[in-house]
Design a protein around this ligand. Sequence first.
Ligand SMILES: CC(C)=CCC/C(C)=C/CC/C(C)=C/COP(=O)(O)OP(=O)(O)O
Length: 491
Amino acid sequence: MGSGGRGRVYGQVVEFLKQSSKECRSQPLRFEVDAGHRAGDSLGISCHNGARLAARTRNSSVGIYSKNRQASVIFFRRGFVGAFRAPEAVTRSNVWRASNLSRFSRDVTSAVVSQGSIVRRQTAESLGVSSVKGSRGILESLGHYGRCYFELSKVRLSSFVVLSTAVGFWMGSGDTVDWTGLGLTSFGTMLCAASANSFNQLLEISNDSRMKRTMRRPLPAGRIGVPHALAFAVTAGVSGVALLASKINVLTAELGAANIVLYALVYTPLKQLHFINTWVGAVVGAIPPLMGWAGAAGRIDAGGWVLASGLYFWQIPHFMALAYFCRHDYAAGGYKMLSLLDASGRRTASCALRNCLYLLPLGFAAQHFGVTSEYFGWENLVLTSGIGAMAALFYLRPNPETARRLFRSSLIYLPFFMSAMVFHRRPNAILNVESIKSVELKREHLSEAEFNSEDKDTLIFPSKCQKTIMHRPPIAFISYAPFPFLPAPDY
Ligand SMILES: CC(C)=CCC/C(C)=C/CC/C(C)=C/COP(=O)(O)OP(=O)(O)O
């Protein structure tokens, strides 16, 4: 079918929507899809308050069907009233009936007709569909766009990002944690992450519309327009960076701004060019804990690098596993992943395994730099053995099931890693190093009499700081993993 055929289909859909918004309140609607309709073409109609409407459609078991039964009806959980897809090439005019659709038509916000990589979308305003009037309409609009912002921000992923920032802040704090600083750093990071994720989706509308995992996102589904989403991305990014710069410090703000650029302008285009994108993405994921550390300490110390390394090495097995069991989806989206060049899965799995091994010494590195007690080293060893065993299994038997197990174990690993690090933190370590230095400086520069006259209570001596460091028992038996923020796709 040429683009003219698609144009006709689309034109008729638009006509149908216009018509249904103005009349046909009771009787079943009819509209025709042009003979050029082809397998793979699909039509989605998205609405305000899609979840409720979809449920209503399901309850009344009406939906949309074709006269000659060549169409299948797909109900999406939310956002769509329904979408229908021709299962095979159609050579003659195909009549579709949509009873009850008129009940929903006043809520229609956009229509999408897609074929292959081409997605055509039109919003309610340009369709001439009247929107819901009055306070109910305003509330529904707020709900609708609230949901769109929520999804554009990938809130679950961003919450996870913010959690790593909060851990970085906590670890980078001295004896006392500045709760306001922690809250503002987390909020600023959340805004930056929301911006980065929105830019990412703006650049991937066409690709996302071809992947099962992402096709229901607001932009490919046509629930929000490009200018609107762009305005949201810019506003979130500018406010996040400004908040960090004004209330926290310039270093944290610079890291936030640099990470938006790295994710949106380097990682996102690279996904379609080279499989190296996974490693660049791992850097993006490792920066938020550094932002937290910088937010608390005003600089990045060795402990911050240990935490960031944990995030970096963890992401490789996590994304290798995901890209393996979703490889058909990634191929459909036009992305270049290592798993797509590796039919046997061995290379993907060995990469995952190698990076699990790099996680092994991190706990002891944290102890070495005085950030945690030695218990963290041993606990991390146990945790890493768990994820490493899953990676080894994936290597020995590369298949979607072992990849999925590795993915799930990676979701368990990280919350444990971060909780254990927080639990075994040595809060005085950084201050003590500074204090020891300052005592040594004073000893160097003050005369014996002056040094002895200093108020010794304000000085922390090495022997004293050893006493202030409290070691806690391992937490392996008492802690549990919080809800994993990156759920495994279930197809
Ligand atoms: C402060 C700041 C700017 C933080 C940003 C942190 C952030 C967004 C981390 C995500 C890392 C990452 C590689 C995700 C996968 O993206 P993807 O594009 O592969 O995911 P998708 O396929 O689901 O779209």
